[in-house]
Design a protein around this ligand. Structure first.
Ligand code: KIV
Length: 274
């Protein structure tokens, strides 16, 4: 049986709904998901946007960065997520090198994601350099979420996971690029790991909503990686993650109990047999 969403709201979250949430001051709840079961639970309880993030490269595939994730893998995960969702808007991250070579290539790959997965939009990382791509893609009717600040596909260029936009010149650049991405047609903008004050300035300067991750409380919505907030991924825990559960511990205890029961011939019981 399906749970009642915490937030009663529209039957389907669309770009129009997202835009009206900013106007009404309703905060947008976004989480990542990579599989059917998780997506279904997130959708049932009222998550507005489900992001099939390329963070799956780290928390699902076990890579050190998001760089190795392929377009085929994103499509595979996005199809599973879409099957679990009735209400939320599903956005698919475009992985490294699926759009960097040229706007034309990125645009075609975004079209492929839309056709093959049934998702509601795509996300590109980067500033002014992806403005042309965002314009083409959104003009073709594909909703685009932009992503500024700590953009993990550029991690080798940044040289680490330090906050971005701390220096006045970088902060100015983020403010300027946010406006360019909005003008190019982005319907929303992820701001990752930048000072809360800067995120507030960006949020006030845009008509489209900002979704923060490690960007403080002034954004129009928040996003977290689901495996981080559920305490499933234990390798790395940034300060901005609020952990709502300790699932890795729960799984360890459950599996330990199962192994014990099997070894002691305590499972299955008569009732669990035919
Ligand atoms: O890949 C991802 O999960 C993301 C979010 C953290 C915004 O880009």
């Amino acid at each position: 049986m399906k749970d009642t969403p915490i937030i009663s709201g529209p039957k389907r979250v669309t770009t129009r709904v997202i835009a009206s949430m900013k106007q009404e001051g309703t905060s947008i709840a976004c989480l990542t998901a990579y599989d059917f079961v998780t997506a279904r639970i997130l959708d049932e309880v009222g998550v507005d946007i489900i992001l099939v993030g390329d963070s799956l490269g780290m928390v699902f595939q076990g890579h050190e960065t998001t760089i190795p994730v392929t377009l085929e893998e994103m499509i595979y995960h996005a199809k599973a997520v879409v099957r679990g969702v009735d209400r939320a808007m599903v956005i698919v991250d475009m992985p490294f090198m699926s759009y960097q070579p040229s706007a034309e290539e990125g645009f075609r790959n975004a079209g492929r994601v839309m056709k093959e997965t049934g998702a509601g939009g795509v996300k590109f990382e980067g500033g002014e350099r992806v403005a042309d791509l965002i314009q083409r893609t959104s003009q073709a009717g594909i909703p685009v979420m932009a992503h500024l600040g700590l953009t993990p596909q550029s991690i080798h260029q940044f040289g680490g996971y330090q906050p971005r936009g701390v220096s006045p010149s970088e902060a100015k650049g983020i403010l300027k690029e946010a406006k360019i991405l909005e003008q190019a047609g982005a319907f929303a903008l992820v701001l990752e790991k930048i000072p809360a004050r800067l995120a507030g300035q960006v949020t006030r300067s845009l008509d489209v909503p900002t979704i923060g991750i490690g960007a403080g409380a002034h954004c129009d919505g928040q996003v977290l990686v689901v495996s981080d907030m559920l305490g499933l991924y234990e390798d790395f825990r940034p300060r901005f993650v609020r952990q709502y559960a300790t699932l890795a511990t729960t799984i360890r205890e459950s599996v330990r109990n199962y192994v014990r029961d099997v070894k002691q011939h305590a499972f299955p019981s008569k009732d669990e047999s035919y």
